[in-house]
Each structure stands twice: as structure tokens, then as C-alpha cells.
Design a binder for this molecule. Structure first.
Ligand code: SF4
Length: 430
């Protein structure tokens, strides 16, 4: 949307006080996110009274989930665009075509992002590359298929063309995302899959005179049901592809998995993670878990905790089940009290904190490559290694005190790890 607005002649500002039009792009995946979106809208609506703002546009999943209701409860908004209407952003900010109106086309009919659509990157060295939109699975706790429609994969040549342009523009890390990345391609008429796409991306020619180190390619949001051996093989075979496996398992108890609508067993998961580690010895495993799902018993939780202690994930995200009456899981019996779910959350986080600390200690003394992202005080920079994904994993801190000059933001640097914290690494530039 930012790219489209810039192309249409708008100047983007992050300062709401000077903005003529304020656009709030919202999330409503869980209750907390929806509440945060509403709070931000109300806070920014104040600029219509006092600042330069003449128009407030609300976009994304909040209107998609709550439909016309949102217009009634947020009279401050001038235009509301659902997820299938992102391409109407230039009309929405301009007015007067839309005035106090909700635009909610079917997300299944929305145009997929074309490879040459204008883009503006938040950080010029990292780009998210969307490979599909929507999800064809039906986990009972998840609203995404309703908000984003069924899976619609982009054509591989579209994705490769966009990747080529981003790399030529200086991007050093491409993060492939979708709601269910490992299911990529199974909806296309010429069936393809994620491993074929990764092979094509790994073979993009790189101008070695312009860059000594090829960009990293990382995949997030896989699924234990749809991951194929060929994808594991692709990551094992190409150094340009990060050996990073983000596979949210959500739970391991047969009863909970059944009620969640996820079709695998705990043993399938043990076998899957063993297989990955056998084939890719430097594999980094990330997973996500939900605690307090309706019907989760003490024994279910104990099995989950044991699983986390056994697999020893490099990175773990834990979420407390978020209920809402438009979810299928809302109608299940035996909802878990919030206090019990919170206690289970803390138990898992505490177990993982010890596992992560121990995992990190193996890097002490090793030389690692770091993508430098921020300059801090006193010769200190922050960045990430290829085993740390943006936003969700820990950071790497590089001390350059012994170097005659600092580091360039967005470039790669070499570092020797001297110390570790629970989730972060520290070391000296070499
Ligand atoms: S696979 Fe992911 S996006 Fe799709 S329904 Fe399940 S949780 Fe939601």
C-alpha cells in the first residue's frame, strides 16, 4: 500500500501530526491484537481534531473480521478497506469516492501482488516475500481462512522476478512468507511445490563483483502436515538457503490436536524433527505452541512440556489460547481458566529459557556471520545471524571497539561469539 501511495505522488511520513491522511493497517488475529488496533485508531483519530489530518483510513483484518459493525463502532474512520481491497488504497486516501464507507470485496477474488508492483521496504536490506495468500486448512482456533480466503499461490516466475529485483536493489535477506508456506503451489494448475521454488531462488545469478556474500533466503510459517522431504533436501543442498525450519506444532496431545483440527500425532512430530536433524545437522528449529486450548487437561499439558524438553527447539513461541465467538473452538466444552493457561505459559517459557541458554552456549568461540541492523552506543551494533529470524528470535550484539571503523547497517559482518544470554549472542567483530 505504501508503494502504491508513493507511486501516486503521496509523501509518506511516520509523524501523525503532519499527516493529511492517516492509514491504520490492522490485525485482528487474536483478541489482544484487535484491541490494540482499536486503541491505535482511537488515538490517531485525535489528530483529526487538532493536527493536519483530514482523513482516517482503516485497512486490514479488523474490518474483515467485524465487517460493517466496525463502521458503526468507529465513526472516526472515513474509509474502511478489507483485506481484499488493499489495491484500492489510493482511491481511499484521495476521496471523495469513498466517504464513511466500508469496502469489503471477497478476499478470494482479490488480485495477488504482481511482481512489479511498487514496494517500499521498512529496512532496505530485508524484504518479506509473499508467496501465497490465504489458507485452505481449517484449524478451529484460527480466523485466518475467513479473513484471507483459501490459499492462492503466486506463480513461481512472479516470485522469482520479484526476488531478482529485490536482490538487485540491495536486499541481503529475503524472508518467504504465506499463511502456510509448505503448502505453496498445491492450488496452482501446474502443480509445483516449495522445494521447486527454493531451487529456483537458490539459482538466481548473483553479481559477485557487486556483493561478496549472497543474500540469505529464509522460509517462515511452515506446517508439519504439508512439509515435504524435498523441501528438507533443498535446504540441505544450498548454502544460500537458511537451514531454518519454522514449523508451528501448536500441541502434541491427541485429544487437543483433534479438537484443533490438526492431523498429525506426537510421534509424527518426533519423527519429523529427527529426520530434519539427521539430514540437516546445522538445522535450526522453531515452533509455536498454544496453551489453554479448550479441553486441555493437566496430562495434556505435561505431555506438551515433555515434548518441548525432548526436542529442545532453538526458538519457541508460546501463546495463550484466545477465544472469540466467531471461532469453531469457542463452541468446545471445558474452556481452561485464564489463570491455569497463564501458569502453563510460564512453565513452558521457563523450560525454554533454560534450553535456549544451553543451546546458545554452543556458539561461544565460534565465528558467525551477522547481518548488521542497528547502531547502538559505544562501538556496539545489533544484528542477526542466519539462525535468528527478524522480529521473533533473539539478537546478536557486536562490539567493534578493537576495530578502526564501525560497521555498515544492512551489510554482513564477521564476529566471534564471546558470551551469550538466554536468547541473544554477544561477541567481537573480526
Ligand atoms: S494452517 Fe495456520 S493459517 Fe491455516 S488455519 Fe491453521 S493456524 Fe490458521
Amino acid at each position: 500500500m505504501i508503494g502504491r501511495l508513493q507511486k501516486a505522488g503521496w509523501t509518506i511520513t511516520a509523524d501523525p501530526e503532519e499527516a493529511e491522511t492517516i492509514v491504520v493497517n490492522t490485525c485482528s488475529f487474536i483478541e489482544d491484537a484487535a484491541q490494540e488496533s482499536i486503541d491505535v485508531i482511537l488515538e490517531l483519530a485525535e489528530y483529526k481534531k487538532e493536527g493536519a489530518c483530514r482523513r482516517l483510513v482503516v485497512t486490514g483484518c479488523l474490518p474483515e473480521r467485524y465487517r460493517e459493525e466496525i463502521l458503526k463502532s468507529l465513526p472516526e474512520a472515513d474509509v474502511i478497506l478489507g483485506t481484499g481491497a488493499f489495491d484500492q488504497i489510493t482511491k481511499a486516501v484521495r476521496g471523495p469516492q469513498y466517504s464513511h464507507q466500508c469496502v469489503l470485496p471477497d478476499p478470494d477474488l482479490a488480485q495477488l501482488h504482481p511482481h512489479d508492483a511498487p514496494r517500499d521496504l521498512t529496512a532496505p536490506h530485508v524484504a518479506y516475500l509473499k508467496i501465497a495468500e490465504g489458507c485452505s486448512k481449517s484449524c478451529t482456533y484460527c480466523i485466518i481462512p475467513k479473513l484471507r480466503g483459501k490459499q492462492k499461490s503466486r506463480q513461481p516466475q512472479e516470485i522469482v522476478s520479484e526476488a531478482i529485483a529485490l536482490i538487485a536493489g540491495g536486499v541481503n535477506e529475503l524472508v518467504l512468507v504465506a499463511q502456510d508456506t509448505t503448502a505453496y503451489g498445491n492450488d496452482l494448475p501446474d502443480r509445483t511445490n516449495l522445494s521447486q521454488l527454493m531451487e529456483s531462488l537458490a539459482q538466481i545469478p548473483i553479481d559477485e563483483s557487486a556483493r561478496a556474500i549472497p543474500p540469505w533466503l529464509r522460509v517462515l510459517y511452515g506446517h508439519p502436515e504439508s512439509i515435504e522431504n524435498s523441501f528438507i533436501e533443498a535446504l540441505a543442498s544450498h548454502s544460500r538457503l537458511c537451514s531454518y525450519f519454522d514449523l508451528p506444532v501448536q500441541h502434541v496431545s491427541p485429544a487437543v490436536l483433534k479438537q484443533m483440527g490438526r492431523r498429525y500425532t506426537k510421534d509424527d512430530l518426533y519423527r519429523l524433527f529427527d529426520r530434519i536433524r539427521d539430514r540437516v545437522p546445522d538445522a535450526v528449529l522453531r515452533t509455536t505452541i498454544i496453551v489453554g486450548f479448550p479441553g486441555e487437561t493437566h496430562a495434556d499439558f505435561e505431555a506438551l512440556l515433555q515434548f518441548v524438553e525432548d526436542v529442545r527447539f532453538d526458538h519457541l513461541g508460546v501463546f495463550i489460547y484466545s477465544d472469540a465467538d466467531d471461532l469453531a473452538s469457542h463452541h468446545l466444552s471445558d474452556h481452561v481458566p485464564k489463570a491455569v493457561a497463564t501458569d502453563r505459559y510460564h512453565q513452558l517459557m521457563s523450560a525454554q529459557s533454560g534450553i535456549s541458554s544451553e543451546n546458545n552456549r554452543k556458539y561461544i568461540g565460534q565465528a558467525v556471520k551477522v547481518l548488521v541492523e542497528e547502531s547502538l552506543d559505544n562501538h556496539l551494533f545489533a544484528g542477526r545471524t542466519n539462525f535468528q529470524a527478524p522480529e521473533v528470535d533473539g539478537l546478536t550484539y557486536i562490539n567493534t571497539a578493537k576495530m578502526p571503523f564501525g560497521l555498515k547497517i544492512g551489510s554482513f559482518a564477521d564476529m566471534r561469539v564471546t558470551d551469550t544470554m538466554e536468547y541473544d549472542l554477544m561477541g567481537e567483530a573480526i
